[in-house]
Ligand binder design. Sequence first.
Ligand code: HAM
Length: 496
Amino acid sequence: MASKSKFQAIRGTRDLLPPETALWNHAEQTAHEVFSTFGFGEIRPPIFEPTELFARAVGGDTDIVSKEMYTFEDKAGGVPDPSYMGPADYLNEIKRAMNSGQVPDDPSVITQLELQLENYNMRSDAEKARLIWMYFVRGLRLGDSISLRPEATASVCRAYIEHNMQQQLQPVKLYYMGPMFRRERPQKGRYRQFYQIGAEVLGGGDAPAIDAEVIEMVMTFFDRLRLAGVELEINSIGHAADNCRRGYVEKLRVALEQVKVQLGADSQRRIDTNPLRVLDSKLEHEQAVIEKLPRIADHLCDECKTHYFAVKRQLELRGVIFKENWRLVRGLDYYMRTTFEITAKGLGSQNAVCGGGRYDGLVELLGGPPTKGIGFAIGEDRLILSLQESGKGPATEGRDVYIAWVGERAYATAVRAAKDLRAAGFRVELPPTELKFGKGLERADKLDSRYALILGDNEVSEGSWTLKTLADGTQQKFTEPELLEFLKRPLSRRAL
Ligand code: HAM
């Protein structure tokens, strides 16, 4: 007998279930509330975008783009299958599909196909010619390359440009929440589909007060959620000029070359590809070496130094406590000047719950006007994990009222009572089939109900309903209007 196939969520993805989802909703609701008090509006960009957008924004050499993106070809429908026709016919079909817009128009694809067709015609071994032809056409890219978003800053900048937001009052302040995708090695606090709550400020100058206010906003959000053990680290990585970061990176590279033998393979490779990322290393044996390397703070240009100093003063003005960390360089290419990261309690090695920074050149890099920008993204999975670890679990998913009904007439009244109570905002459980009172009360208890409303045919004909408080077993009789009135009273005045 064929075994039944058993489906499971793909590695690195998971189902978020009740009651945990109540905590997710609470965090998201709090973000809506806090961010709107800072004048931010919500943006919901698409979940997939052209691969090129992320390659350009995040950087082709970063781990995110070079190794972790979920990228696929957006295949046009109706493209012929090359197995069913000769090469010349196939070429004509592709030309036709490009002319009609079914396939993105790409003359280089036609040139390559024509070349292959020539080779095909010249080969004497027909079978070999066919195999080579098939191998080639199967590898052809006939669609657009698109990727699931690994982050959303690139999308927000794309939207800013696409919707001419530079013509609105600056700065434009936007926030978002939703899933992101990175093919990382899954572990506690690290998933392949994870969720971010992020915000971006675009346009409107680079006043240090903007940097400080964005940081103040995320700290206020964490404070409102009573997130435990929150620690903010900041740094400035200057800007891309010879008298600033570029000059520093060169000095760093020279210094790294001198200690190369003491470094591991990853760091050795990064000396050439991205020396700044060596500073990120968590390897025990590299720490002492890294501590002695030149520090960026000593190599910032005067403007970046002044900016960084002012950001720190602005944070102090707002009562935001921070620690400076000269090794905080971040793993995305678009950053300049202010960078920051926030850690929280109970997260193990993946303890960064938020990361962000300034990215003044990014909008321009994506084809827009010169625009200043700064923002952050919170890892929502990690935020929830930390809240849970410090005992701030979800509010109970229990019921306010369980309606224990017995009898046909009582049922009709129970349906109406459920409707009225729900309209008044109470969480109500109405059993779909009749249960003996004892069984019903057991269920009410299991569902963590506050009250059981007892409705038998007697209660209905007398118009007097019994409300049982499950915590202490006390009972009280009410008429229908009295009951609603009683339940609506604040808890403190509800003495029975
Ligand atoms: P990021 O540092 O790559 O920055 O990610 C921000 C946060 O997302 C991290 O601190 C972490 O909490 C969470 N995160 C990242 N990868 C994973 C994962 N695989 N599983 C669980 N959580 C994860 C950005 O994404 C930038 N776009 C932030 C930003 C916005 N900078 C300026 N504006």
